[in-house]
Design a protein around this ligand. Sequence first.
Ligand code: NAD
Length: 472
Amino acid sequence: MTKPIQIAVIGSGYVGLVAAVCFAEIGHDVVCVDNDERKVLALESGDTLIHERHLPELLERYRGNKIHFTSNLQEATRASDAIFIAVGTPQAENGNADLSYVEAVACEIARALTSYKVIVEKSTVPVYTNEWIRRAIERNGVARRLFDVVSNPEFLREGTAVQDFLHPDRIVVGADSDAASSLLAAIYAPLTTGAYYARPGAIPGICSSSAPPPLLNTSTKSAEIIKHASNAFLAMKISFINAVSNLCEAADANIEQVARGIGLDNRIGPRFLRPGIGYGGSCFPKDVAAFRSVAEQLGIDFSLLTEVEKINAEQKKRFLSKVRSALWTLRGKRLGVLGLAFKGETDDIRESPAVDMIEMLLAEGCSIAAYDPAAIKRTQHELPASPRLHYVEDAYAAARDADAVLVLTDWREFSALDLKRLHSLMRYPIVVDGRNLFDPQVMHEHGFTYISIGRPAVYPARDLELANRPGA
Ligand code: NAD
């Protein structure tokens, strides 16, 4: 077992909290900082606040021993060797990343620096942020020899965040000094040497003691670009397959077959080739916009990214048209909505296409009964219940008396619904699936009108004639 390193993580959100418990899990001592006092109190009492697999058990195991919570950033800085910044970097109005939270944290760290520390950018930031952090600290009167700034971007996915952190495809460390890169190498050594995976009770995943994750040493700027470019590439893959799915609809082909045929090419790979109602979440939309802005500022024409965003926005409108053409008119229709989170297995609704869709449908005069396994509480803050928007306790309650059910989030539990029961509850058995969760043939056998993305729609026999009429 390597010697524990004292780590501070600033920001206890999806990334900071997961990083903190995972650092404790691989043997380090962690103090987790947040300026939201309520969050600190809740975390101290064992409430994880976010829906993530393995998080409750790890928090319970390390809370009060290897992990402590505080709002005192300066004290945490003084007590630590490495300070990870994991605060939000939301999108500013002009598309740039808003780095004011990062700057505020950098200035506060500066006020506590009296001995050498490594400051680590964990937040997703544009290239050159590393230099800005360094400048901000120096401007606060700190000698250059007292700190280094390192970029260590995070690639976890919400829903599988703990597993992704402990079983990463790669660990990227952008450092311009040996002292800083050695400290980061020591922090991640339990993973990169494989020691963690040999331990009884280790969280299982894709890595093992014989196949540990690689650590990639880069310059700070390269590391910053790697994170933005990775997210932009994934968003591009989603927009690409969505555009191809639209083409499949126009040509009466099947996107599932096409995606499989493309994905079997190992230069392309099968992942992120699932069509849907567009990407959302707290990362892809803002990171694509920020990367586009960075390119613009550096004089690079990267208009490919503008197209990626355009296709993504169009995809939601296309889905609304599908709902309209399935129902003829929308005003007064009662819809059951399955899914609020921006993707399955998380409670995060930031930039969720499902929430956008509900707003569009309400504006069209629909009534909605919405269900999500984890995101109802968060959605209620943004879209309070109203006479035309109800939140219900399960998928079947959402389907009751519905003119149609819309699938907006790819929760695993939705694919396992009892279709016979669903059918029996609905006023009209129409399902418009924005996530292709069901097999059209099976939906046909259950008597549904089933409309999905990039695949031929299926209709019960009596509706087929109507569907084939011009204008349908
Ligand atoms: P989040 O909003 O869930 O968490 C940020 C936390 O920082 C909040 O709890 C907030 O209270 C706290 N905070 C803000 N200012 C602070 C300050 N001055 N001092 C102490 N705490 C402060 O954000 P997140 O989703 O965890 O994302 C954090 C960063 O990680 C972003 O840059 C994001 O792009 C990046 N990232 C996110 C994901 C993801 O899946 N969410 C994945 C990889 C990278």
